[in-house]
Design a binder for this molecule. Structure first.
Ligand code: AMP
Ligand code: GLY
Length: 422
């Protein structure tokens, strides 16, 4: 079977890498792909915004299954379009993708479903938001969020009321995130540890994948602005099977039941595990990035089996099987990220790093430039390693990172440090 992966990041490289291992897959196309997907698959020069062009390609090439990486095409209805044209595709329809497309929609679904989540207020007017904040205690911490899609950056952590007011002004008046900031949510700030739990869902069947932990902030010790994710590890020792079960039955099942449209695809639950139990921070309607880069290397199933079963309505017959090994990924970013950064720097040491055992260098923001690989995004590489212990996986990942260089490369040195002895 020919398969098509849509997107161009590290998540898509991991999907291409895993699908290429299926004995039933003949070709993995990736649109538009990156310097890494070009090595394991065939890049197709169609942007993710060209939904009709992608459908035309899938029809013309006889693609048996399309897998969508990023959220934007799903929110824009790529799954609806493919289905109308009789093309098999894994992902939710637009009406269900709103769970990620609008944080207000997601909060309302959670409220209807009785799912634990932080208390919140919604405003579509900056003055009203500021007036409400003025009634709140000066020292209370908040999280202020743009309602719409902002590539993981529209969430501002505020230590007190003054910072929250500033965040409202940045989102609604300065419009730093454009139309995504037409509405804001002001949420109570929760304390605890974060877990990303992804689940493959279809027809009411929910197969949780192994939990992972993301490092969202740019700086070591969890400082500085939020990013798309600077590193990740899996499994999460503290997140017990009972907590996975709780998330499946008390969070995912009731949320999906509260939607008007049936959900087929990957639901990503971002959780804060507080002293009072898990609370939902967000839903995404796709594989996580870089969660996928630590989850798929531990998955023993043929990924095509799981995705096809979801599309064909036979998911109940599947179970996911996991390696007991630990996985760690370190994101190597361009200097300046998550603000402005440079593109086009030549990356050195890729072959040396990839030659280490138990190391997989997933490309994110790279492209082929003749026979060289150059930087082409903020998050450039996801250097992933497996080990029998976290200490082994961490040491291998950083050994590989030490072999890689380009002008301005930065990364966090504390990825998975908290589970090193776990
Ligand atoms: P979101 O995109 O809504 O998950 O937010 C991105 C990140 O902001 C999360 O992964 C958390 O690190 C942080 N965050 C979001 N909401 C809250 C909250 N209510 N309390 C504490 N941290 C939060
Ligand atoms: N790593 C967080 C995300 O994929 O949204």
């Amino acid at each position: 079977m020919k398969v098509l992966v849509i997107g161009s990041g590290g998540r898509e490289h991991a999907l291409v890498w895993k699908l290429a291992q299926s004995p039933r897959v003949t070709t993995v196309y990736c649109a538009p792909g990156n310097g890494g997907t070009a090595a394991q698959g065939v890049n197709v020069d169609i942007p993710v915004s060209d939904l009709a062009g992608l459908a035309d390609f899938a029809a013309r090439e006889g693609v048996g299954l399309t897998v969508v990486g990023p959220e934007v095409p799903m929110v824009e209805g790529i799954v609806d379009l493919f289905r109308t044209r009789g093309l098999r595709i894994f992902g939710p329809v637009a009406a269900a993708a709103r769970l990620e497309g609008s944080k207000v929609f997601a909060k309302q679904a959670m409220t209807r479903a009785g799912v634990p989540t932080a208390a919140y207020e919604v405003f579509d007017d900056a003055d009203a938001a500021l007036a409400w904040l003025a009634t709140q205690p000066a020292e209370k911490p908040w999280v202020v969020k743009a309602d719409g899609l902002a590539a993981g950056k529209g969430v501002l952590m505020c230590d007190n009321r003054a910072e929250a007011a500033d965040a409202v002004t940045r989102i609604m008046t300065a419009r730093e995130f454009g139309a995504a900031g037409d509405r804001v949510l002001i949420e109570e700030r929760l304390d605890g540890y974060e877990v990303s739990l992804l689940a493959i869902c279809a027809g009411g069947v929910i197969i949780p994948l192994a939990p992972a932990q993301d490092y969202k902030r740019i700086g070591e010790g969890d400082t500085g602005p939020n990013t798309g994710g600077m590193g990740n590890y899996s499994p999460v020792p503290d997140f017990s099977p009972a907590l996975i079960d709780f998330t499946v039955h008390q969070v995912i099942a009731p949320t999906l039941a509260a939607l008007d449209a049936p959900f087929t695809g990957t639901l990503f639950v971002g959780l804060m595990v507080t002293a009072a139990g898990p609370q939902v921070l967000e839903f995404n309607v796709r594989f996580g990035d870089p969660e996928t880069q630590v989850v798929l290397p531990r998955l023993e199933n043929d990924l095509l089996d799981l995705l096809e079963a979801a599309v064909d309505g036979t998911l109940a017959a599947q179970t996911a099987r996991w390696s007991s090994r630990k996985a760690v990924t370190v994101v190597c970013a361009a200097g300046g990220y998550p603000d402005a950064y440079r593109k086009g720097d030549v990356i050195h040491g890729l072959a040396e790093a990839a030659a280490l055992s138990d190391v997989i260098v997933f490309h994110a923001g790279t492209k082929l430039d003749g026979d060289r690989i150059v930087t082409n995004g903020g998050r450039v590489l996801n250097v992933t390693a497996l080990g029998d212990t976290f200490a082994q996986a961490i040491d291998r990942a950083y050994e590989a990172v030490s072999l890689i260089s380009w002008d301005g490369m930065t990364y966090r040195r504390d990825i998975a440090a908290r589970v090193r002895e776990g």
